[in-house]
Design a protein around this ligand. Structure first.
Ligand code: T6T
Length: 319
């Protein structure tokens, strides 16, 4: 009996130290990643990075996401995750305001929240915020587009919806760069695709009808860029209207190869996901958490896309 108690005591001591992937109580740490959009290559690549890191650290990870990038669809997912009581949640909030309430509920349940990609306006939500430097990315897109159109002409920006922190920052970076350093480019303002490929195509077709001398398009995210590129291709504007898109999904990369699009700004969603899991585990274990982690972006063109180091940043539909 005493030996058994001694063995039990040793077991509990080991468990209390957290062991491989265990929390202070020795149980396996449970994390949920809530994507902005299920099945979309940016968030699927993010999930792949998160899963690989979760396996490396010996923690449990499940991935959920809405079928559209929409806070009315993401909120019930967050509420059900809160009810399941994970130790931590990685989330890409689909709206800077609408997602504050459900995430406040999660915080009140002592679920450690890590913001990946997008953020909410409430600075107290999110022990860590991990994303591309989108202001810088928008400025890089502006420089790339200006180079493509010879520094002059009309330029249209297409984004998803106001209130999405990432694309709002990309727009800001783009507009500020054009205003400061490209005086011969006329900005036609921003139109919104609601993250729908078909809507993005309609916007480009209407823009071509209104401004037949349109020189360039900046599309601020994956679906928007895919739709805008398709419209330019169908309108026979290859090479006449230049385009820079954010992200590097398979459809976008094909458009780059086909000369429909001239440059893509590829993020590192896999790194964002892996960093998110690392920060979540640190938070659950009471270790130091890094409040802000900017990840890199790469400008990809048809000329530089072949080397392995560029190929590896292209997004994938699955692991
Ligand atoms: O561009 C990414 C992401 O960074 C943004 O927050 C929303 O759109 C994407 O998911 C691509 O669809």
């Amino acid at each position: 009996m005493r030996k058994a108690m001694a063995a039990l005591g040793a077991l509990l001591t080991i468990a209390a130290c957290g062991g491989q992937g265990g929390d202070a109580g020795g149980d396996q740490i449970r994390i949920t990643l809530v994507q902005g959009l299920a099945g979309e290559e940016f968030y699927e690549t993010m999930a792949c990075g998160a899963k690989a890191k979760a396996q490396e650290l010996g923690v449990a990870l499940d991935v959920q996401g809405p079928q559209k990038f929409d806070p009315t669809l993401q909120t019930p997912i967050v509420n059900s995750v809160v009810a399941s009581g994970p130790d931590a949640m990685l989330i890409a909030p689909t709206d800077v305001k609408a997602m504050i309430a459900p995430l406040t509920q999660a915080k009140q349940q002592n679920i450690k929240i890590i913001l990946v990609d997008t953020v909410v306006e409430d600075e107290s939500i999110g022990l860590s915020r991990i994303s591309t430097d989108n202001l810088k990315g928008g400025a890089a897109a502006a420089k790339a587009l200006s180079e493509q159109i010879g520094g002059k002409g009309k330029a249209l920006v297409i984004s998803t919806d106001p209130g999405v922190s990432t694309v709002d920052a990309r727009i800001k970076g783009f507009e500020e760069e054009i205003k400061a350093n490209h005086p011969e480019i006329t900005q036609l303002g921003v139109q919104y695709s609601h993250n729908d490929v078909g809507e993005a195509s309609k916007i480009v077709n209407a823009a071509l009808a209104k401004d037949p001398d349109l020189a360039g398009v900046f599309a601020a995210n994956l679906n928007t860029a895919t739709g805008a590129g398709s419209a330019l291709q169908q309108a026979g504007k290859l090479g006449q209207v230049k385009m820079v898109g954010f992200d590097a999904g398979p459809a976008q990369v094909k458009q780059l190869k086909d000369g429909v699009v001239q440059a893509l700004i590829a993020q590192l969603p896999g790194d964002i996901g892996a960093n998110g899991v690392e920060q979540a585990v640190a938070a659950v274990k009471g270790q130091q958490v890094t409040p802000s982690i900017p990840t890199d972006a790469t400008i990809i063109t048809a000329e530089n896309m072949d080397p392995p180091e560029v190929q590896k940043v292209l997004y994938k539909a699955g692991c």
